[in-house]
Design a protein around this ligand. Structure first.
Ligand code: PMV
Length: 326
């Protein structure tokens, strides 16, 4: 059977950095994120006895042999659960360039997991799909549930899954994603976070997270942008502080990133309620309420050194769709 899934990328407001278990991708800390409406992957999977080899490709772009290997490894997990050895055909496309610090592995592995499980005839709960997606790419587990999502670290694989805190229409906020460059990043987040514990700041980060998550949940509950913004900037800077003090250190920002961070501070001083967050790449996500979208967008487009801007609303999680890619 052929199945196609659409899965959003997500932006973490409280970020995941560091694993308890590298193979199972069990994180050291819980995280909170929002699904992105305009940055998503669509993936079609078909298992069939008539195929004589695995055929995995990206539509409009290349997949490296490493990426194909990681996808096949995930397909093998699905084959094992389905207890068959059928070969597979996979086609996937993104609405944004991959490996630029937009979580392409999150949307990609979430879509691959949902379409793969459906194509294999596995009827899994949302929790089971989230767990399986996590083993492909950690943050992919957060792209399964709807809207605003929490991923509890857990101590075992069964305990480490994501669930929805609020549906996408709970709060009309924006993630105005400023894309600075679309060259592929040098060190993947998966690789980078293997060294998280070498940072002298890592333990302090872990100790601070539970209270930070409580504040984030309070901000969500009360739709309080100034609280949400201050917590998400605090957590972004804390994660990058750990990255930059790891051994070897990791610098994902470039000059334009830093200029935008300063610009945001100035815009805020002038009364515009906008906040920044940055993942494992130079791009900056500008978070604000819907009413401020126009003003933030106008200012963002005037920034020097940017390529394009993508305006995201909170979105539904991964779901099956009827339009197949082949
Ligand atoms: O699951 P990965 O390998 O895409 O790691 C994601 C890491 C960050 O984007 C930096 C933080 C996060 O929680 O999304």
């Amino acid at each position: 059977m052929k199945a196609t899934a659409l899965a959003p990328a997500n932006i973490a407001f409280i970020k995941y950095w560091g694993k308890k278990d590298d193979a199972l991708r069990i994180p050291m800390n819980a995280s909170v994120s929002m699904n992105l409406s305009e940055a998503y992957s669509v993936t079609t999977v078909e298992f069939s006895d008539t195929f004589n080899h695995d055929d995995v490709a990206f539509i409009e772009g290349e997949l490296s042999s490493k990426e194909i290997e990681r996808i096949i490894k995930h397909i093998d997990r699905i084959r094992k659960m389905a207890r068959f050895d059928k070969r597979v055909k996979v086609r996937t496309k993104n609405t944004f360039p991959k490996s630029t610090g937009i979580a392409s592995s999150a949307s990609g592995f979430a879509a691959l997991t949902l379409a793969g499980a459906a194509s294999a005839g596995l009827s899994f709960s949302e929790k089971e799909i989230s767990i399986l997606a996590r083993t492909g790419s950690g943050s992919a587990c957060r792209s399964i549930p709807d809207g605003f999502v929490q991923w509890n670290a857990g101590s075992t694989s069964e305990e480490s899954f994501a669930y929805s805190l609020c549906p996408p229409n709970w709060w009309d906020i924006r993630d105005i994603l400023v894309i600075i460059e679309n060259t592929e990043k040098k060190v993947s987040s998966a690789k980078g976070m293997e060294f998280a514990a070498t940072s002298p700041c890592f333990q302090a980060r872990l100790a601070a997270i539970p209270e930070r998550i409580s504040r984030m949940k309070k901000a969500l509950k009360n739709k309080d942008m100034s609280l949400m913004g201050s917590v998400l900037e605090e957590d972004c800077l804390d994660m990058h502080h750990v990255m930059q003090t790891q051994n070897p250190p990791l610098y994902y920002w470039n000059d334009t990133t830093i200029k935008i961070m300063h610009a945001v501070e100035n815009w805020r001083k002038n009364g515009l309620a906008v906040y920044f967050t940055i993942d494992a790449g130079p791009n900056v996500h500008l978070i604000c309420e819907a009413k401020d979208e126009g003003q933030v967008l106008e200012k963002a487009k005037m920034l020097q050194g940017i390529q394009w801007v993508l305006v995201n609303k909170p979105a539904q999680g991964a779901h099956l769709i009827e339009t197949h890619l082949f």
